[in-house]
Each structure stands twice: as C-alpha cells, then as structure tokens.
Design a protein around this ligand. Structure first.
Ligand code: GDP
Ligand code: MG
Length: 162
C-alpha cells in the first residue's frame, strides 16, 4: 500500500487548494465558506518520483460552537490513518485557539508533522510565517497554495517524513 499523507487544519485555511496544487488539477472542492469538504477524500499523488495517497479533510459543522469538536474528530481519524501529516495554518490570520487544539491532538498522535504556513502570497507574508514557530512544531514552511509559492519546498520536507 502507498504511504498516506494527510492534510489537516481548521476550515478555510486552504487545505483543498493545497491538495489541488499538489495534484496539479482541480479535484478537491474549494469554497470561500468553511464546511465544503464533506468527508476525508483520498487522491493518488506523486512528487519527485514518490507515489503516495494524499488525504484532504473536512466534514466541519457550520455552527461555530461545533467547529472545534468537528475539526478534532476529522483530524483525529485522518491522522490515525496517516504516515505523516501536513498541518495547514492561515499565516495571514496567525495561530488561533482551534489551531492550538489541533497541535495538541497532533502531539498526542505522535505522527511526523510538516507545518504549512499558507496564504503567504508574497515576501511581505514571510514574517507571518515565522510567527508560527510559536506553535512548537518546528519550521513553518511559507506557502501560497493559491499561487504555488513554496509548495515544492513543503513537499520536499513532507517526503523526508513519509
Ligand atoms: P479549506 O477549507 O481549508 O479546504 O480551504 P479552501 O482550500 O477551500 O480555501 C478557502 C479559501 O482560501 C478559498 O477562498 C481559497 O481561494 C483561499 N485560499 C487558499 N489558499 C490560499 C492562498 O495561498 N492565498 C490566498 N490569498 N488565499 C488562499
Ligand atoms: Mg476543503
């Protein structure tokens, strides 16, 4: 079986956009509103000659009160099945309480994690990415899933953990 790389993070940080960027096609559903990726969706992907399963996660409740629990549940299942995890944070917003919640879950799971500091669309966002060292997950990799900036370096790092 192929190794599994799961993409987790709170709603609207750009997980599905990143998945599409990695796949080089538009399969994962991207929406401005949180809550569109209904379930975990797996895609066969390839990077630098390595083949792996890429898992997009979602299934979020739309009511704010339920988001934390829903994020945790979906992320937990995906992480359980994964060999390594890409944890996506919106660097333009910074780390939120929900992000911190996922960090604790990832720590408990003990799987290798690569931190994607997304929505760094230009050099001015680099400082926002660096601020995510505070999450304690190691180096934040600045990326723009939307434009492709930094995604190669992110994938190289992910492949070293897979
Ligand atoms: P998900 O809920 O985590 O899967 O997030 P989506 O991939 O659906 O993206 C949510 C919103 O963020 C959409 O409007 C995307 O176009 C936008 N988005 C995703 N990645 C980026 C990025 O790198 N830069 C910017 N500016 N917007 C992004
Ligand atoms: Mg999504």
């Amino acid at each position: 079986a192929l190794p599994v790389l799961a993409v987790v993070g709170r709603p609207n940080v750009g997980k599905s956009t990143l998945v599409n960027r990695i796949l080089g096609r538009r399969e994962a559903v991207v929406e401005d509103k949180p809550g569109v990726t209904r379930d975990r969706v797996s895609y066969e992907a390839e990077w630098s000659g390595r083949h792996f399963m890429l898992v997009d996660t979602g299934g979020w409740e739309t009511d704010v009160a339920g988001i934390d629990a829903a994020v945790a549940r979906q992320a937990e299942v995906a992480v359980e099945l994964a060999d390594a995890v890409v944890f996506v944070v919106d660097a333009s917003v910074g780390a939120t309480a929900t992000d911190e919640h996922v960090v604790r879950l990832l720590r408990r799971a003990g799987k290798p994690v690569v931190l994607a500091a997304n929505k760094v669309d230009g050099p001015r966002g680099e400082a926002d990415a660096a601020a995510l060292w505070s999450l304690g997950l190691g180096e934040p990799h600045p990326v723009s899933a939307l434009h492709g900036r930094g995604t190669g370096d992110l994938l190289d790092a992910a492949m070293r953990k897979l």
